[in-house]
Design a protein around this ligand. Structure first.
Ligand code: NIG
Ligand code: FE
Length: 413
């Protein structure tokens, strides 16, 4: 099927390549544009109108059009919110204190273990719907609130069902090494062995994951344990996406880069050695481990924001994601993330735009398929409510600036 979209005041995000450093503020824009979509793929873009007008013709009345946003880091399958911890944190408790007293991720794991798969699926479905309404058209979802073989598989089956249910791209990540269950507190290596010897083979056998993740941080998993898990995962062809440097300078970046992880996420603690290590990772064209900052977490936990400015100013490609989860970032909208990144990280709206589109696509190694509005890519795009939408999103905090969402050229209602 062929559909023409015309009367687009600005078609933004036409450049196909990952954006490094200073390039991140250079927008690819076509004014007074049209976009021709054939069988869900962008077939032609240009100014005015094409030579042949197909019978399916959608006039967008001067709206701006952007590529769908890509959220490369979420934990959106969970059993319930953690309001009690929210209040404890208001009163002064830290994330680490709550985790050390058996709350935090372990709290979510207990609830998830007790929740039926269908209920998890129905709740997750509603969350994905809200994310699509906010402009997100590709999502990575992690396990990690199971922490037993059965519960991890249950979570990943929920993600599989979400993949089948929604027309958007969904990718799954096995995060069995998300926290240490209480019974392994004094012998964490035994839990690592469980992840490696029991969980990983079954996850791979059932083809339930596209990537592996480990929470490499103080009080969670060490770089050595992380390294061991990543090397095992590679035997099953699972590339790494790592939680690193949220709680300290803990070697997360180094272990991620050494294992050629696709991304290292969080980076609230980022020193010159980590920056140098990330840069060293980018030796080949587009090679390297993408740095992913998660400002929702800094906001919600009241911890330092990642020095994302330093990432860009060191000529690296920045990615931003929500980290949507019940413990550290109950934020589902990349528009909200754009506001936090502009205000607290001093990232320009144009830079934010690339950090949630083409660069985010690269964090999932999908930049050839999504992340920009260019010929040959999936027609996943957003029709915006306001002109100057890149500015309106961070400016009007919490207001949805997306009016219509299209996936493979079809509107999602
Ligand atoms: O990315 N840091 C580790 N994992 C999540 C938080 C999970 C939780 O607290 O439930 C994160 O912030
Ligand atoms: Fe996370």
């Amino acid at each position: 099927m062929e559909v023409l979209f015309s009367e687009i005041s600005k078609l933004i995000g036409t450049q196909n390549e990952v954006k490094f450093g200073a390039e991140m503020k250079e927008l690819g824009v076509i004014n007074n544009a049209y976009m021709l979509v054939k069988d869900g793929i962008i077939a032609e873009i240009g100014e005015g109108l094409p030579d042949n007008i197909p019978s399916n013709h959608v006039k967008l009345n001067g709206a701006e059009v952007l590529p769908g946003f890509i959220d490369s880091h979420t934990h959106l399958v969970f059993a319930k919110p953690r309001y009690n911890e929210f209040v404890l944190k208001i009163k002064g408790a830290t994330y680490e204190q709550i985790a050390a007293s058996g709350g935090g991720i372990l709290n979510s794991a207990k609830a998830l273990q007790e929740t039926p798969e269908d209920k998890l699926f129905e709740d997750a479905k509603l969350r994905v719907k809200s994310m699509i309404a906010a402009g997100t058209t590709a999502i990575e979802i992690k396990s990690g609130y199971g922490l037993t073989l059965d519960a991890e598989l249950k979570m990943l089956r929920v993600v599989k069902k979400l993949k089948e249910y929604f027309p958007i791209i969904i990718k799954s990540t096995f995060l069995g090494a998300h926290a240490i269950p209480a019974e392994y507190k004094d012998n964490t290596d035994n839990y690592v062995d469980l992840v490696i010897n029991e969980m990983l083979p079954q996850v791979a056998k059932d083809a339930l994951a596209d990537h592996i993740d480990v929470f490499c941080d103080t009080g969670f998993f060490t770089p050595e344990q992380t390294d061991k898990i990543l090397k095992e995962a590679l035997k099953y062809n699972l590339p790494a996406k790592i939680h690193g440097n949220e709680l300290g300078l803990t070697g997360g970046v180094q272990v991620a880069v050494a294992n050629e992880a696709w991304s290292v996420d969080h980076l609230e603690h980022l020193g010159p050695e980590e920056i140098a290590c990330l840069k060293k990772g980018f030796t080949k064209e587009y090679g390297g481990t993408m740095p992913v900052a998660l400002p929702g977490t800094s906001y919600f936990l009241r911890i330092p924001y990642s020095d994302a400015r330093a990432i860009i100013d060191n000529n690296l490609p920045l990615v931003l994601a929500t980290d949507f989860n019940p413990g550290s970032s109950p934020v589902h909208s990349l528009q909200t993330i754009s506001a936090l990144a502009c205000i607290y990280m001093r990232i320009l709206p144009e830079e934010v735009f690339h950090a949630i589109t083409i660069n985010a696509a690269r964090a999932l190694r999908m930049e050839k398929i999504i992340g920009s509005l260019s010929v040959g890519k999936r027609a996943d795009f957003l029709v915006m409510k306001n002109k100057e939408s890149l500015y309106s999103m961070p400016y009007y905090l919490g207001q949805n600036q997306v009016s219509r969402v299209f996936v493979e050229g079809l509107e999602i209602k």
